[in-house]
Design a protein around this ligand. Structure first.
Ligand code: ACO
Length: 323
């Protein structure tokens, strides 16, 4: 019998503090009009001084657990996608496991930046399909504000903090139809934090390890690769564009989202768009959008959802599922 991973609950969390475009106008040479026209972003949420990735992950996880109506002790796999872990080690997943009072099952982090959630979903899906787990908590959580140079207008207008989580259960029918992952490290320098623990621990300690990005190159590559992966995903499942009910894209830039929707021939009212409210939250962006789509009653049980993401690495990936 084929085993599938089925979504049984979603949750998300955004920090209380909202930073509007108007606020950014006071600190860097930018305008609300420029940010909205080039990215679609209106505001982002910023974690409080004593609020960390783990806190965001925990809040989103508790909401997903509640939505699924399960006892946390029945979770037998935890995968957290993050680029902004609280500690070098242990993993955010292990810290989250302790917070949730779960003991024993495997817990680990996945690092694929903005594609992180799709990567984590892929891993959890494979665990479930092969009988290695029966109920997984998959989280995307980031405090990207901590690796942003708030004097660099090229990057600071784009990103925000947040978390999203899903519970996956083993089931006899889909569920997740397929996941598709790619990476090409030759493009590492187009979007990166060039300092790390091994190369420049002082910068990490002093908080000057910041995101650097060649925005236009990233934009072109994202549109190109997301177009390709949409085709790859549908071909793998013998599906047509018209079989997709909802597109839940990585929320980076409304223009990238529109380019992929256009390729799919999907009207924008079939695309979950939350980038305007929280900016690019990296690994948290897809589960944040998915949770909003489900809780606000757009995405309904039985509908087919295509998720796609592109980010640093470069990495890119997709997941096709029935909710
Ligand atoms: N406010 C005002 N002007 C700005 C700002 C700003 N915040 N940032 C850049 N500019 C200026 C530039 O300096 C440039 O000025 P110049 O012509 O005098 O040199 C001008 O605006 C145009 O800049 P471009 O880079 O050509 O603008 P573009 O249309 O490419 O938009 C953007 C820039 C929004 C960064 C876009 O390239 C983009 O979204 N790229 C993808 C980046 C991204 O999403 N990265 C996240 C990770 S990957 C992912 O998630 C997909």
């Amino acid at each position: 019998m084929t085993i599938y991973a089925r979504l049984i609950g979603t949750g998300s969390y955004l920090p209380e503090r909202v930073m509007t475009n108007a606020e950014l106008e006071t600190s860097v040479d930018t305008t609300d009009a420029w940010i909205q026209a080039r990215t679609g972003i209106q505001q982002r949420h910023i974690a409080g001084e004593n609020e960390f990735t783990l806190d965001l992950a925990e809040a989103a996880s508790r909401r997903a657990i509640e939505a699924a109506g399960i006892n946390p002790n029945t979770i037998d796999l935890i995968v957290v996608a993050t680029t902004t872990a609280d500690r070098v080690f242990p993993s955010t997943a292990c810290l989250l496991q302790s917070k949730l009072d779960i003991h024993g099952p495997p817990a680990f982090d996945v690092q694929a930046v903005c594609s992180g959630f799709v990567y984590a979903l892929d891993v959890a899906n494979r665990f479930i399909q092969t009988g290695g787990a029966t109920r997984a908590l998959v989280v995307g959580a980031e405090t990207f504000s901590r690796i942003i140079d708030w004097t660099d207008r090229n990057t600071c207008v784009l990103f925000g903090d947040g978390a999203g989580a899903v519970i996956l259960d083993a089931a006899e029918s889909p569920g997740i139809y397929s996941t598709h992952l790619h990476a090409d490290g030759d493009y590492a320098n187009l979007l990166h934090v060039p300092k790390g623990v091994s190369t420049n621990l002082v910068a990490v300690q002093e908080g000057t390890a910041f995101v650097e990005m060649q925005g236009t190159e990233v934009f072109k590559m994202a549109v190109n690769k997301l177009g390709e992966i949409v085709d790859e995903t549908l071909a793998a499942n013998n599906m047509q564009y018209s079989d997709i009910d909802w597109l839940v894209p990585h929320q980076a830039n409304i223009r990238i989202i529109k380019a992929t929707a256009k390729k799919l021939g999907m009207p924008m009212d079939k695309v979950i768009q939350t980038v305007q409210y929280h900016g690019n939250t990296s690994a948290a962006s897809i589960p944040l959008a998915l949770d909003a789509g489900i809780r606000e009653g757009y995405i309904k049980p039985g509908e087919t959802v295509l998720m796609e993401a592109f980010g640093g690495g470069f990495t890119w990936g997709s997941a096709l599922l029935k909710v």
